[in-house]
Design a protein around this ligand. Structure first.
Ligand SMILES: Cc1cc2nc3c(=O)[nH]c(=O)nc-3n(C[C@H](O)[C@H](O)[C@H](O)COP(=O)(O)OP(=O)(O)OC[C@H]3O[C@@H](n4cnc5c(N)ncnc54)[C@H](O)[C@@H]3O)c2cc1C
Length: 506
């Protein structure tokens, strides 16, 4: 039985709440699972279950600090080593009617790996093998649980890169990248993860293997890969992924420029992509973020909008792209700054400072949406002004660092300082979400560019997908009749009695 405590509760009540409402696996099921994976690969102590009760969804972090219970405990954590073990665990889960969640590294920020109904966490960390690099066909086949940073290191040693460098590179897995439809910092050159996946091997909810072989293109029905890329563990558990790889570039050519206005900067970004240039880095900051990201020696008093660019590749080609890119910037009034802001960014690009701010009692949230170029100015101005109207104390900053020919991701950071009123701060945090997602939908933007939907974007998914959610729902019903794979996520039905963080939004 599960139940949500809706009012503010003291933090010390949490343990007794969890113990009462989210019990460990029943002995019979536990024994069956131990028979499959061995005793060492099953964790069911309260402490272990607590450890896997959250991912990096800021909402739960804030509620935990405020002493409000929002999350449920998993009933156990299971670590299969092989596909056969995983197939057998899924059989037990189906038979015992217990839901499961595939867990990568828990760095997801939308609550995709958050237990909501006493699920078994399938921790894939023992499910490893050495990645196989295929140099001639320029691809790597890797276990889904492989750590992103480890993969990149291994590829670099052989002279390659995977081209996918999220800020969370070192704290996320390849399976998590694919499951969340993620984006790396070099997406404007190498693409998003969905542009890189050539093949996958996955287990469907009832244990059937799906093995989509890696080929460049096919013309055989709709893209099956797309049912798994971005499915956030609701349709299948990815066990292996084949990704494109690239030769490490011969040269890296960075430049930092400053534009006289945001409009000029956005136009230059659009023209760079529409001229078929492929910057490995293109980071345009609004005035607020420019001030924070610029090196202290750089002067932004006349041109307040900073942009970091980098072109890579063979020397000749990169030089040409670099020159053309800078010509476009100059045409829109950009002046060249020193490369110190680029170097500063390079040093911290895999770090996050949210924890420090949160530790001081503040709230930090980041929300990424995708708009067409014609809509980006209104998306920016309207969200900024509504946030300011909501509460002047809320910090708002934005940048555009995943740019395309037709539009861009708008990545926004919101900070609520320690205002000494947790209830108000929690309400403001929810309002920030409602404002951004509603304005995105109003201007035909996507509510998410790369963090995925998890559980927290549930209220807006139906409208986002324009009728397409029915296709996912029908697929889910057909493949997962017992609704055991990560129920309640991605706008899909939850199991009865689930505790969803979004319950408090309505
Ligand atoms: C500081 C920070 C910076 C970040 N920066 C970026 C960024 O630049 N770009 C970006 O795209 N994201 C970013 N993220 C978000 C997050 O890191 C990504 O979503 C990442 O891809 C999640 O990977 P994970 O292995 O941690 O997955 P988890 O958090 O463990 O899981 C996420 C979802 O994927 C599912 N899943 C995981 N593994 C599998 C599998 N093998 N099969 C099926 N489903 C699976 C889970 O069930 C869950 O629904 C950031 C997060 C943090 C905390």
């Amino acid at each position: 039985m599960t139940k949500q405590i809706v009012s503010s509760k003291a933090r010390e009540d949490k343990a007794s709440h969890d113990k009462e409402f989210f019990t460990p696996l029943d002995i019979k099921t536990l024994k069956k699972i131990i028979e499959i994976v061995g005793e060492d690969s099953v964790l069911d102590s309260y402490e272990d279950r607590l450890k896997f009760s959250r991912d990096r969804l800021p909402f739960t972090t804030f509620h935990l600090r405020a002493g409000t219970v929002t999350e449920a405990l998993p009933s156990a954590v299971v670590k299969p080593r092989t596909e056969d073990e995983l197939i057998n665990v899924l059989a037990v889960a189906n038979k015992s009617n217990i839901a499961v969640i595939a867990y990568g590294a828990g760095s997801g920020v939308l609550g995709g790996a958050l237990p909501v109904c006493g699920e078994i966490i399938i921790n894939l960390e023992n499910f490893l093998g050495l990645p196989k690099i295929d140099q001639e066909n320029r691809m790597v086949t890797v276990s889904s649980a492989f750590n992103g940073g480890e993969l990149e290191k291994l590829l670099n040693e052989e002279g390659y890169t995977c081209g996918h460098h999220p800020q969370s590179l070192h704290i996320s897995t390849v399976g998590g990248w694919v499951a969340c439809r993620g984006a790396g910092q070099m997406s404007s050159r190498y693409g998003k993860i969905e542009d890189m996946v050539l093949g996958v091997r996955a287990l469907l909810p009832e244990g059937k293997v799906v093995d989509i072989k890696p080929v460049s293109r096919r013309s055989v029905g709709p893209g099956i890969l797309d049912f798994l890329i971005g499915s956030e563990g609701t349709i299948g558990i990815l066990t292996q992924v084949t990704l494109k790889i690239w030769k490490l570039p011969e040269v890296r050519l960075p430049a930092v420029v400053a534009f006289p206005s945001l409009a000029a900067g956005l136009t230059a970004m659009r023209e760079i992509m529409q001229a078929d240039l492929r910057p490995s880095v293109a980071r345009l900051y609004d005035a607020q973020e420019s001030k924070e990201k610029a090196h202290k020696d750089d002067d932004l008093s006349v041109n307040p909008i900073m942009c970091i660019l980098e072109f890579v590749g063979s020397r000749k080609l990169a030089n040409t792209e670099f020159e053309l890119g800078l010509e476009i910037c100059a045409r829109h009034g950009a002046i060249k700054l020193s490369n110190q802001s680029y170097e500063k960014w390079q040093k911290v690009r895999f770090e996050s400072y949210s924890a420090e701010f949160i530790a001081k009692g503040g709230y930090v949230e980041t929300i990424e949406i995708t708009g067409l170029w014609t809509k980006i100015p209104v998306l920016y101005e309207e969200i900024k002004s509504k946030i300011n109207e909501l509460d002047e104390r809320i910090y708002f900053g934005a940048h555009w660092s995943h740019i395309y020919s037709e539009g861009s991701c708008q990545y926004m950071t919101f900070r609520i300082p320690n205002i000494g009123d947790e209830d108000l701060a929690l309400k403001l945090h929810l309002e920030i979400w409602k404002i951004t997602q509603t304005i995105a939908l109003k201007h035909a933007a996507s509510i998410a560019h790369h963090h995925g939907a998890g559980v927290f974007r549930n209220p807006w998914i139906e409208e986002e997908l324009g009728g397409g959610l029915e296709i996912i729902k029908a697929t889910k019903r057909g493949l997962d009749p017992n609704n055991i794979l990560n129920p309640g996520k991605l706008g899909l039905p939850a199991r009865p009695g689930s505790v969803l963080p979004t319950d408090s939004m309505t």
